[in-house]
Design a protein around this ligand. Structure first.
Ligand SMILES: Cc1cc2nc3c(=O)[nH]c(=O)nc-3n(C[C@H](O)[C@H](O)[C@H](O)COP(=O)(O)OP(=O)(O)OC[C@H]3O[C@@H](n4cnc5c(N)ncnc54)[C@H](O)[C@@H]3O)c2cc1C
Length: 249
């Protein structure tokens, strides 16, 4: 069984991002970039499926600029077998990203597509759902456990009231939640080995897709600053403040 994993290069989760002065977007020109954390869980799960003898090959794909090779190498160091870079400097919205993944899925014909439940830069949580719809295959989002057997996937997913378990016929799209696994620590020999693994580059123009967004960002701004808090010394003082200032009776 071949597993295709979609990964995105995003601002590292430890970086505090600021809005650009002209409001045209987030200022990330010199920010540290990393693999989207949820995608790291997706890669880890695919590699575990291979180690368990369930998957035979793990292929990772990203759409982005040439420097997105770094997150592909990271995924190869985690244990993926080969990588594909769909090269573009354009900003791709969720639908455009889903279309790119659909084209690669058509070429690779994987039995399972794993991606993160959302990317931490736009928090859209849309690509998996769109991809499943474009491919007309089943989907399970926010997966916290995945079991594969007899051409089916049993997925436990996080929902508002707790957890639900669904069964999908493969091929299918599953999006990874943080509780799915603990991604392994990458050791130096694995990083060195990852440099020798195959990394194919495809120009996005070769996929002949319409990736023009119908959604435009009008303005990006910092949230309003919070008013300074006040330290109180006792419950009595708190009640006094609530009654006098907040008008709670
Ligand atoms: C583990 C977990 C963590 C979460 N963390 C956050 C968080 O940090 N921040 C956050 O903002 N949210 C969070 N959420 C999401 C939030 O709790 C709700 O799940 C979400 O707001 C509701 O969207 P939905 O897609 O689940 O609901 P849906 O069922 O898709 O409903 C969304 C809307 O669709 C419409 N709709 C649905 N069904 C019908 C119908 N039959 N007829 C007509 N209209 C319909 C309604 O307008 C409804 O309000 C989290 C959810 C989970 C499971």
């Amino acid at each position: 069984m071949k597993v295709l994993v979609g990964i995105k290069r995003v601002v590292d989760h430890n970086v505090r991002v600021r809005a650009k002065a002209d409001g045209s977007g987030a200022d990330i020109a010199s920010a540290k970039m990393s693999i989207n954390p949820f995608d790291e869980h997706a890669v880890e799960e695919a590699v575990r499926l291979k180690e368990a003898g369930v998957a035979t090959e793990v292929v990772v794909v990203t759409a982005g600029a040439a420097n997105a090779q770094d997150v592909l190498r990271h995924a190869l160091a985690l244990g993926a077998d080969r990588a594909i870079l769909v090269e573009t400097t354009d900003h791709l919205n969720s639908l455009a990203s889903a279309k790119v993944l659909r084209e690669i899925a058509k070429r690779e014909a994987p039995q399972l597509i794993l991606i993160g439940k959302q990317a931490i830069d736009d928090d859209a949580a849309e690509v998996g759902q769109m991809l499943a719809a474009l491919l007309n295959v089943g989907q399970a989002t926010f997966a916290s456990t995945i079991k594969i057997a007899n051409g089916k996937a049993e997925v436990t997913r996080e929902i508002d009231g707790g957890q639900e378990t669904v069964e999908l016929t493969l091929p299918a799209v599953i999006t990874a939640d943080l509780r799915l696994n603990d991604p392994r620590y990458i050791k130096l020999p694995n990083m060195m080995m990852a440099k020798k693994k195959p990394l194919e580059t495809i120009a996005i123009a070769d996929l002949q897709l319409n990736t023009v967004s119908k959604v435009a960002t009008i303005n990006v701004a910092e949230p309003p600053a919070r008013a300074v808090g006040k330290m109180l010394n006792s419950v009595e003082e708190l009640i006094e403040v609530l009654q006098a200032q907040v008008k709670v009776n």
